[in-house]
Write a protein that binds this ligand. Structure first.
Ligand code: GLU
Length: 518
């Protein structure tokens, strides 16, 4: 029997790292055994449904390279893959359960259910549906339903004993049946609840392994009852440990404490393969202990029985440093060049000189943790007009005479290779008898616009004679103009502050009101 796994996200908001995590392991298991990986959208909660969330989930899996074999927009033999389009399946299953006596139609109004809850609280009983709908005879149920009376369909659950299942990681899990009330399967609007939909779909889509987050462990006995009532074989259940915040209590990962949006990581310049690698270390480890591994390597080694349950911590610092390793060592320089091109394009930069880009990347990549940081550092290499920040302007002003000397010296230098540039700069600094930084910092600023840049020799060699001369010339020009501050952000902030000040001054001059005079 082929292995069939699935990921079943609800399209309700930002695509969550937890969905990527569970998706990754399901993908790996299916691929490992040459099986199928199904994407199903659990969109029956119409209150929380967001149309665009669906596209964003698909885009997330696409970006991560976890391509489902079946799913919405992909097709497959077991579609449709949106639960809202499968209502007939659930209604048919509910009808079968009613016909076989495993379920019944219940007609209590919301007010009646509320009164029941209040009474239970008053008496100190555990809250929950008390099964009163069972008392209505099946013929009467059918008649009232035919008359159009609103109702739900509930599962008839056993009162005594317990229901259990074997979890691949946890072993035997059992829950007393007293804790499982007659659960709603079909709501009054004809939509299924999660429990009915998940069982019907997993069965009809041929799912062999239900691998999902730990929070569903306690729902699984209900599913087991449903499988039994419908006469279907149970799949293998695997409940994955929840991702945790890196706080002292290792609480469940949540939006409030942690960025859980995959899109946000993408925008920060985390590489999809680094995110997958990172998620692949959550509860899982490679048999040989390797920390850096590709998706294919994970697939080749994947065995869900090796997942460990001790709450894996989603530590952003580790994710960033793993990403840095990908930028620095894992990707080839050419591949990295391809990755940053769209980022540069977004800043209005098209790269014509591939070698120049790769040379710049070579010195910059050990200094960046994300594509965003790398782009920030690359931009000055390509901008024809640099903008100097406050600190940079101060450094430039202090370095005018050095820059004038160096402009002349570079003009006379023939070869812009490491040795010659290094010799020129060292010799110059020695003759000036000043600390290295006094000369290097203004030059660094002249070349890049900022004080945070790699070694000056690298910069000069990569930029070459023409660019170096041009940039020093521009810096000297700016110095001679008194280093005007042309940062639009800062100019805007200053204009706003001035407007506020003027407003305050105006108010100060107006005559006092009677109340103010007292
Ligand atoms: N729709 C559920 C979720 O978003 C799926 C749970 C399951 O995999 O059974 O977590």
């Amino acid at each position: 029997m082929p292995v069939v796994t699935r990921i079943a996200p609800s399209p309700t908001g930002d695509p969550h790292v937890g969905t990527a995590y569970v998706g990754l392991f399901n993908y790996a298991l299916a691929r490992r055994h040459g099986g199928r990986f199904v994407l199903r959208l659990e969109d029956t909660d119409r209150q929380r449904y967001q149309a665009e969330a669906e596209e964003r989930i698909l885009a997330m899996f696409d970006w991560l390279g976890l391509r489902p074999d079946e799913g919405p927009g992909i097709g497959g033999e077991h579609g449709p893959y949106r639960q809202s389009e499968r209502l007939a399946h659930y209604q048919a299953a509910a009808q079968r359960l009613i016909d076989d006596g495993h379920a019944y139609r219940a007609f209590e109004t919301p007010e009646e259910l509320e009164a029941m809850r209040l009474e239970q609280r008053r008496l100190g009983h555990d809250p929950g549906y008390d099964g009163r709908g069972r008392l209505v005879a099946p013929e009467e149920q059918a008649r009232r339903a035919a008359d159009g009376e609103p109702h739900v369909v509930r599962l008839r659950t056993p009162d005594a004993g317990d229901t259990g299942f074997t979890d691949l990681l946890r072993g035997e899990v059992r829950i007393p049946n007293a804790e499982i009330r007659d659960t709603v399967l079909l709501k009054s609007d004809g939509f299924p609840t999660y429990h009915l939909a998940v069982v019907v779909d997993d069965h009809s889509m041929g799912v062999t392994h239900v691998m999902r987050a730990e929070e569903w462990v306690t729902s699984t006995p209900i599913h087991v009852l449903l499988y039994r009532a419908l006469g279907w074989a149970l799949p293998t259940f695997v409940h994955l440990p929840l991702l945790r915040n890196p706080d002292a209590n290792k609480t469940k990962i949540s939006k409030r404490k942690m960025d859980t949006s995959v899109e946000s990581y993408r925008q920060q310049g985390i590489l999809p393969e680094a995110l997958l690698n990172f998620l692949g270390t959550m509860g899982w480890s490679m048999p040989d202990g390797r920390e850096v591994f590709s998706l294919d390597e994970l697939v080749a080694a994947f065995d869900p029985a090796r997942i460990s349950l001790g709450g894996p911590v989603f530590d952003l610092k580790r994710l960033r440093s793993l990403n840095a390793r990908y930028l620095r060592d894992v990707l080839s320089i050419e591949a990295l060049g391809e990755r940053v091109r769209p980022w540069l394009l977004e800043r209005g930069i098209t790269v014509d000189d591939e070698d120049y880009l790769l040379d710049a990347l070579d010195v910059l990549r050990p200094r960046a943790e994300t594509l965003l940081e790398l782009t920030d550092q690359l931009v000055p290499f390509f901008e024809s007009r640099l903008r100097y920040d406050v600190d940079a302007r101060r450094r430039l002003a202090a370095g005018q005479s050095y820059l004038e000397d160096l402009e002349r010296a570079f003009a006379a230098l023939e070869w812009f290779d490491d040795d010659d540039v290094d010799e020129l700069l060292r010799g110059y600094v020695q003759r000036q008898a000043v600390p290295m930084g006094k000369v290097m910092m203004p030059l660094r600023v002249a070349l890049t616009g900022t004080t945070q840049a790699p070694g000056v020799v690298d910069l000069v060699v990569i930029m070459g004679k023409e660019r170096t001369m041009e940039r020093i010339g521009q810096a000297l020009q700016a110095i001679s103009e008194g280093l005007p501050d042309d940062d639009p952000e800062r100019l805007k902030a200053e204009a706003e502050a001035a407007a506020k000040e003027a407003e305050r001054a105006k108010r100060g001059r107006r005559p006092l009101t009677a109340a103010e005079r007292g």
